[in-house]
Design a protein around this ligand. Structure first.
Ligand code: ADP
Length: 291
């Protein structure tokens, strides 16, 4: 169990990136959903011991993460949002090196770990190719392979599917789903479908605060019977925004589909079989209105 309590972070320039964040995250897949700038990476980097918060505590099981970061690092797998550089060495050699750095010094054991991870992440066929030449999806799968070295009990993946094509994304999410229920896996993302597809528990972070927390199924139930949709010509969007509580819009076949929030069915609208997107956009829309 990861226990984050009253965590706040203010950057040197005065930006309040996290404000009194408290979350209890059990084993299994946990979705941390939020728009850009919500504070997700700040939270993930803080839990991964890469930066110290201004206030608050983080406990992972018995480990006091802020007081004893070295101990957490021994059981942490972290896939950052951006590796920055991709070395011109083979996936095999790089994993081998990283496994050595993680303390797997016996060469037979290391070979077994590296080869298992390359197969698990579907990189066996390209193990001798340079990482610098990998596609986005291959890089992310390599990222998971390195995060899994040494059987970590806490795995953090920060915005892992951004920029992946649908097939690569699918493959990547399947890989995450296979990690198992005995490990705490935090998936930080701005993509609602990632959370909807994978996570039995989630939180929405926006403006540095936890806005919503729970099981996606129950959160979806809470909007049932309150979200309505209509296809309109794009030119009428502004009128609808004036008249209704529009939570989201999307284009479909040249029309604009608006989703609105209302206790009873507005004239000309149809009910929406609520989904996590509606929950998420309702939350963000309420925040905008409150601002
Ligand atoms: P997210 O990952 O959800 O996009 P971030 O944690 O990256 O959010 O950013 C949260 C807020 O903190 C944003 O307003 C961002 O501009 C700001 N921020 C992030 N890193 C820094 C930094 N090193 N210095 C100052 N402000 C930062």
């Amino acid at each position: 169990m990861l226990e984050i309590a009253n965590l706040s972070h203010t950057y040197a320039n005065g930006t309040v990136a996290l404000h009194d964040v408290s979350l209890s995250i059990p084993r299994g897949m946990y979705g941390l959903l939020g728009p850009n700038g919500a504070g997700k990476s700040t939270l993930m980097r803080t839990v991964a011991t890469l930066q110290q918060p201004t206030a608050g505590t983080i406990k992972f099981g018995e480990i006091d993460v802020l007081a004893d970061p070295q101990r957490l690092r021994r059981t942490l797998g972290y896939l950052p949002q951006d590796f920055g550089v991709y070395p011109r060495v083979s996936a095999y050699a790089m994993l081998d090196q990283l496994a050595l750095l993680k303390g797997i010094t016996g060469s037979a054991e290391r070979r077994s770990v590296v080869e298992t991870l390359l197969s698990q992440t579907n990189l066996w066929a390209v193990r001798h190719k340079s990482i610098a030449g990998f596609s986005g999806g291959m890089r992310q799968r390599f990222g998971i392979a390195q995060a899994l070295i040494g059987n970590p009990e806490l795995i953090i993946v920060d915005e892992p599917t951004a920029g992946l094509d649908p097939e690569e994304r699918n493959r990547f999410l399947n890989l995450l789903a296979g990690i198992g229920d005995n490990v705490v896996v935090i998936l930080s993302t701005h993509i609602v479908a990632d959370v909807a597809d994978l996570c039995p528990l989630m939180a929405v972070l926006a403006n540095g605060k936890v806005q919503l927390e729970g099981k996606p199924v129950e959160l979806i139930d809470s909007t049932r019977g309150k979200v309505w949709k209509k296809a309109i010509p794009h030119a009428e969007l502004e009128d609808y925004q004036q008249k209704y509580d529009v939570i989201s819009t999307r284009l479909f076949a040249g029309m604009t589909i608006v989703h609105v929030l209302a206790d009873t069915k507005p004239e000309g609208f149809e009910p929406v079989e609520g989904g996590l997107e509606d929950v998420y956009f309702t939350t963000l829309s309420n925040l905008r209105r409150a601002a």
